[in-house]
Design a protein around this ligand. Structure first.
Ligand code: AMP
Ligand code: TRP
Length: 344
C-alpha cells in the first residue's frame, strides 16, 4: 500500500470537566507525540451535539477543553489546535463516508448502545452516526496515528474499515485520478502505557467518566490540592498490602487502577512502582500518590484557570488553528470529490 507521511490526529469532546482519565489516556499522550510528529488536536464540538446540549455550555466547554490542551503543554504554534465545526470539511466528508459505512458495522458499536440506553428509538441519529464523523475527522487529514484511550478502540477499528472499503470500492477511480493504490491510510490507534483505561476511584470495574454522579469517582483537572488529597484518601481499595509484582494485581481492580495512575503520572511502569511499594499498606501509598498527583496537576490547574480568564486568546488559538487545518482538509476533500465523481 501507498506510504503516507506520518500525521497525528486526535479529538476530545467539550462535554464537561476533563478528568484524570482524559489526561493520562489522551492529553498527556498528545503532548508526548508533538516531540516527534506533526499533530492536529481537535475540540470535537459537533460530537458534543449528539446528546442533548445547552448552547452556552457548549461554547464554554469548547474554550475550557482548548485551555486544558494548552495548559497540559500542547504547543499551538507547532501543532494545529482547533474546533471541529469551524472546518466544514469534517461534516462534508462524513456524508461521503456515510455512504461507505454499513449499517451492520454501526449496529455493533458498544458506545452507542451504552449511551442510547434502553430507549434506543429516542436516541439522536447523530449519536448513531457519531463514529462515522469520527472517521471523517481523521481521514479528512489522511492522518496515520491516533492517540486515544482504550474506550475508543472500536471506533478506530471502524475508521480503518471505512478507509479500507473506500480504497477498495473506488480503486479504479483512485488510480485514474493519480492517487496511487490507496486514497486513505488505515489510521493506527495508539493506545499505550499504564493508564489507557483509568477507572472510577469508587469502583475499580467502572471507567472514570465525566458523567459519574459521585464527585469522588473522578479527579478533575481543575480540582484543588485539598480536593485531590480527599478524593485519593477516600478511594476504594481492598484489605491486602500491595504486591511486589504486576501479576499480584490480578483480581484487584482498585489496586491495579491506583498503581497504574501512579505509574502513568510518574512516567514509569507498574512494575517500577511495585518494586518500591511491595508490601506497603494503602495508607502510605495513597499519601505518595496524592503528593504526586498534586505535583503534576497543580501547575496545569493554575494555567487552566489563567486561560479561562482570557477567552480572547483562546478564541484566537482556535481561529488560527482552523485556518491551518482547512489548508490540509480542503484539497483532500476536493480529491475525494474527484474520486467520487462529484463535479466541482
Ligand atoms: P472524551 O472526553 O470522551 O472525548 O474522551 C477524550 C479522550 O480521553 C479519548 O481519547 C478517550 O479515550 C480518553 N478517555 C476518556 N476517559 C478515559 C479514561 N477513564 N481512561 C483513559 N482514557 C480516557
Ligand atoms: N470519540 C472520541 C471520544 O469520545 C472523540 C473523537 C472524535 C476523536 N473524533 C475523534 C478521537 C477522532 C480521536 C480521533 O473520546
Amino acid at each position: 500500500m501507498a506510504q503516507f507521511p506520518e500525521l497525528v490526529f486526535s479529538g476530545v469532546q467539550p462535554t464537561g470537566n476533563l478528568h484524570l482519565g482524559n489526561y493520562l489516556g489522551a492529553l498527556k499522550r498528545f503532548v508526548e507525540m508533538q516531540a516527534t510528529h506533526s499533530c492536529l488536536y481537535c475540540v470535537v464540538d459537533l460530537h458534543a451535539m449528539t446528546m442533548p446540549h445547552d448552547p452556552e455550555q457548549l461554547r464554554q466547554n469548547t474554550r475550557a477543553v482548548t485551555a486544558a490542551f494548552l495548559a497540559c503543554g500542547i504547543d499551538a504554534k507547532k501543532n494545529i489546535v482547533f474546533n471541529q465545526s469551524r472546518v466544514s470539511e469534517h461534516a462534508e466528508l462524513a456524508w461521503a463516508l456515510d455512504c461507505v459505512a454499513r449499517l451492520g458495522w454501526l449496529n455493533r458499536m458498544t458506545q452507542f448502545k451504552e449511551k442510547a440506553g434502553k430507549d434506543r428509538e429516542n436516541a439522536s441519529v447523530g449519536l448513531y452516526n457519531y463514529p462515522v464523523l469520527m472517521a471523517a475527522d481523521i481521514l479528512v487529514y489522511r492522518a496515520t496515528h491516533v492517540p486515544v484511550g482504550d474506550d475508543q478502540k472500536q471506533h478506530l477499528e471502524l475508521a480503518r474499515d471505512i478507509a479500507q472499503k473506500f480504497n477498495n470500492d473506488f480503486d479504479a477511480s483512485i488510480a485514474a485520478h493519480g492517487h496511487g493504490d490507496a486514497f486513505f491510510p488505515l489510521p493506527e490507534p495508539l493506545i499505550q502505557g499504564p493508564a489507557t483505561r483509568v477507572m472510577s476511584l469508587r469502583d475499580g470495574t467502572k471507567k472514570m467518566s465525566k458523567s459519574d454522579p459521585s464527585e469522588y469517582a473522578h479527579i478533575a483537572l481543575t480540582d484543588d490540592a485539598d480536593t485531590i488529597v480527599q478524593k485519593i484518601r477516600k478511594a476504594k481499595t481492598d484489605a491486602e498490602p500491595l504486591p511486589g509484582e504486576v501479576g499480584g494485581l490480578a483480581g484487584r481492580p482498585e489496586a491495579d487502577n491506583l498503581v497504574g495512575i501512579f505509574a502513568a503520572l510518574g512516567d514509569e511502569t507498574k512494575a517500577d512502582v511495585l518494586s518500591r511499594f511491595a508490601g506497603s499498606q494503602f495508607s502510605g501509598f495513597k499519601n505518595a500518590l496524592a503528593d504526586l498527583t498534586v505535583a503534576k496537576l497543580g501547575p496545569i490547574r493554575a494555567e487552566i484557570i489563567r486561560l479561562n480568564g482570557d477567552d480572547a486568546y483562546v478564541d484566537s488559538v482556535l481561529a488560527e488553528g482552523a485556518e491551518k487545518a482547512r489548508a490540509i482538509a480542503r484539497p483532500n476533500m476536493d480529491a475525494v470529490k474527484d474520486v467520487l465523481g462529484l463535479i466541482r
